[in-house]
Design a protein around this ligand. Structure first.
Ligand code: PGA
Length: 252
């Protein structure tokens, strides 16, 4: 069975002092929930402080973005080997990066290859906008994001990828998808697309998270579904008790 993975995407929140305070509240409750892969994704400036607090805890650390190049004249960017010094995970192609910072399926693909090369676990986000959802284009959009974003990945290492299905209309809106709707996209669109690219066995091993207004109140509705293997949590990951409840709900 696929072990659930729950990641907290802090987005652009928390100074170093605030990050320390949040982690100090999360540390011992999260350390107890060993049956779930737990990951925190703070802003770059807090990585060093958080990484020393997480040392030996079994809790993973990730970044919210990175560049695909190894080094050089890319002002403001962070390279994969810099990430790897402190982290094991990287969120790629979050809808906010696609919407506000011009990320495309092509840059997602470059970042995915860079992450795999540097032995980072990529959490690759896909999902349709409200307009696309309302016009019945969810499958078309998600298939395109997967086929272009995951192009040329060696099937032998594909099971290291984590996919996050995040309908854009559900992110930060308080209007989560239903468990049933998300499971349908996971099981009938995303997993078959992964199977087409990497073969059925590898597709079955890939974890597919749901993201978009996940809370302590709705988490079990998602985790009880057959094709939902965890969650990418935004707003609720900034609240220690709420995030802990979500991680607990992910225990199979
Ligand atoms: P949200 O964000 O949980 O605040 O909706 C999810 C995400 O953007 O990863």
């Amino acid at each position: 069975m696929r072990k659930s993975i729950v990641a907290g995407n802090w987005k652009m929140n928390k100074t170093v002092a605030e990050a320390r305070e949040l982690v100090s509240k999360l540390l011992s409750p999260l350390m107890e929930i060993i049956d779930v892969e737990r990951v925190l994704c703070p802003p770059f400036t807090s990585l060093f402080a958080v990484s020393s607090m997480l040392d030996g805890s079994g809790i993973g650390l990730g970044v919210q973005n990175m560049h695909w190049e190894e080094k050089g004249a890319f002002t403001g960017e962070i390279a994969p080997n810099m990430v790897k010094e402190l982290c094991n995970y990287v969120i790629i192609g979050h809808s906010e990066r696609r919407t506000y910072f011009g990320e495309t399926n092509v840059t997602v693909n470059k970042k995915l290859h860079a992450a795999l090369k540097h032995d980072l676990t990529p959490i690759v986000c896909v999902g349709e906008t409200l307009d696309e959802y309302e016009s019945g284009r969810t499958s078309e959009v998600v298939l395109r994001q997967i086929n272009l974003g995951f192009a040329d990945v060696d099937p032998a290492i594909a099971s290291r990828i984590v996919v996050a299905y995040e309908p854009v209309w559900a992110i930060g809106t308080g209007k989560a998808s239903s468990g049933e709707n998300a499971n349908q996209v996971h099981g009938q669109v995303i997993r078959p697309a992964l199977s087409g690219l990497f073969g059925e066995e590898n597709a079955q091993a890939i974890r597919i998270q749901y993201g978009g207004s996940v809370t302590a109140a709705n988490a079990s509705e998602f985790f009880s579904q057959s094709d939902i293997d965890g969650a990418l949590v935004g707003g609720a990951s900034l609240k220690p008790e709420e995030f802990t409840s979500i991680v607990k709900a992910a225990v199979k």
